[in-house]
Design a protein around this ligand. Structure first.
Ligand SMILES: Nc1ncnc2c1ncn2[C@@H]1O[C@H](COP(=O)(O)OP(=O)(O)O)[C@@H](O)[C@H]1O
Ligand SMILES: [Mg+2]
Length: 401
């Protein structure tokens, strides 16, 4: 499968092949590979700008991962839903697209203000597919001058994308595994710390609360025993005291247990537990909508903990008047959103333990945690992860044309 145009010049084709091989075998650093690919693509196709979008773990979002300067700085910050924009269309259909001019007249086009590329006129976009038909992402090139991309141009672009797909996929999987491994390590450290903290809390609760109550309960019972024969009214009073202490000890025991494991999860399932969690926040009216989804117990616990921490943050920090909690299942993707209309913050500057903990849990689920917030504009926290954990490597099949 020689690309048109290069067929006449085998030496040029060999040189290009060598450079592609050199670019994708330069190491396993995904950013460096994508940077190299963007540069090589613009040079080979004589275009001005190249963007490389990769499909994320959920298989529903295309995320900008590499580009020619200065756009490489936007890596990770621009995303398109499957089917959205020209790149989304190409990804969803598994077919190339060309726009010669007047992008705005093309129904597929979506202007992305973050990239501010109004001066770019023509574009060609091809899917990056690993054989036989698995989508890795989308490669697109733009020119400032009007250009009619020919079939040969598109074929060359598709040919390059096909050759580079395997290298990109390997580097992406390598990065994902490395991130998961790091998350596992951090998580393991945290588990040990959390276990110690939890044991200390429990010891404190048993010592200061429950055992104190049992000690005084025993005093009251002795006093009752002493008074029983001679002063029955005193004995009755002591027994009533003992009874209320027994009730208090029972309440405290329940509270200590609830802190260890949310018992509602086992009884009600995740959706109802989240609704009950939202209803248990007395300070704030929280609108909760949770659709039932079948998840393994450890996954449900992680989602519950993330929601719990997110709501605690709303109560502790946001000063919100309204908040919303939503759990949805869409195809294979589960989404949890916690949104408030409070004072907002700059996520990059935060120094707490809660958010990193939530992010680690999200990574272990093979998913992502986004925090969208600005001072004065409320906060949206979004967890997305694949319901079937085996598919969390981000595979998606594109039907053959
Ligand atoms: N919903 C929110 N609204 C406003 N600020 C928030 C919100 N969530 C988090 N923050 C800010 O981010 C910081 C870090 O949060 P987190 O990591 O959970 O740590 P902690 O809650 O222990 O402070 C908080 O101290 C707060 O300043
Ligand atoms: Mg917190």
């Amino acid at each position: 499968m020689t690309p048109l145009g290069l067929a006449q010049d085998p030496a040029q084709e060999a040189r290009l092949l060598a450079r592609i091989v050199e670019t994708i075998s330069a190491g396993l650093d995904l950013d460096a590979i994508l940077q190299g690919i963007a540069a090589l693509t613009t040079e080979t196709t004589q275009t001005d700008v190249c963007f490389v979008y990769l499909l994320d773990e959920t298989g529903e979002w295309l995320v900008l991962r590499g580009a020619t300067p200065p756009f490489h700085r936007m890596a990770g910050q621009v995303e398109l839903k499957m089917g959205e924009g020209v790149s989304g269309w190409v990804a969803a259909h598994g077919r190339p697209a060309v726009i010669t001019d007047d992008k705005h007249a093309d129904q597929r086009y979506k202007h992305l203000p973050a990239l501010g590329r109004e001066d770019l006129t023509s574009m060609a976009c091809v899917p990056i597919l690993v054989k036989p038909h698995r989508l890795v992402g989308v490669l697109n090139v733009h020119t400032r001058q009007r250009r009619e991309f020919t079939d040969a141009d598109v074929q060359l672009l598709g040919w390059m994308a096909g050759l580079m797909a395997g290298g990109i996929e390997n580097a992406r999987l390598h990065r994902m595994l490395a991130q998961r491994e790091a998350a596992m390590e951090r998580f393991a450290e945290r588990i040990v710390l959390a276990q110690e903290t939890e044991r200390r809390r429990l010891a404190g609760e048993i010592h200061d609360g429950i055992s104190q109550r049992v000690v005084s309960l025993s005093f009251h019972l002795s006093a009752a025993a002493d008074a029983l024969a001679t002063k029955p009214d005193v004995a009755a009073h002591e027994i009533a005291e003992a009874q209320s202490l027994a009730e208090a000890a029972l309440d405290e025991t329940r509270f200590a247990i609830a802190g260890l494991h949310p018992p509602v999860l086992d009884d009600l399932g995740l959706a109802a537990s989240l609704e009950s969690l939202a209803a248990s926040v007395p300070q704030l009216q929280i609108h909760a909508e949770a659709s039932p989804c079948e998840l393994p117990a450890h996954v449900a616990t992680s989602v519950y903990r993330i929601a719990q921490e997110a709501l605690q943050n709303v109560v502790k920090h946001a000063g919100a008047t309204r908040a919303r909690l939503r759990l949805q299942a869409h195809g294979d993707t589960i989404t949890l959103e916690v949104q408030d209309d409070g004072k907002g913050f700059t996520p990059a500057n935060n120094t707490g333990y809660g958010l990193p903990g939530m992010r680690e849990r999200a990574e272990l689920l093979g998913g992502t945690l986004e925090v969208k917030s600005h001072p004065g504009q409320g906060t949206l926290l979004r967890l997305r992860f694949p319901a079937s954990q085996e598919q969390s490597t981000g595979n998606l099949s594109v039907p053959p044309e």
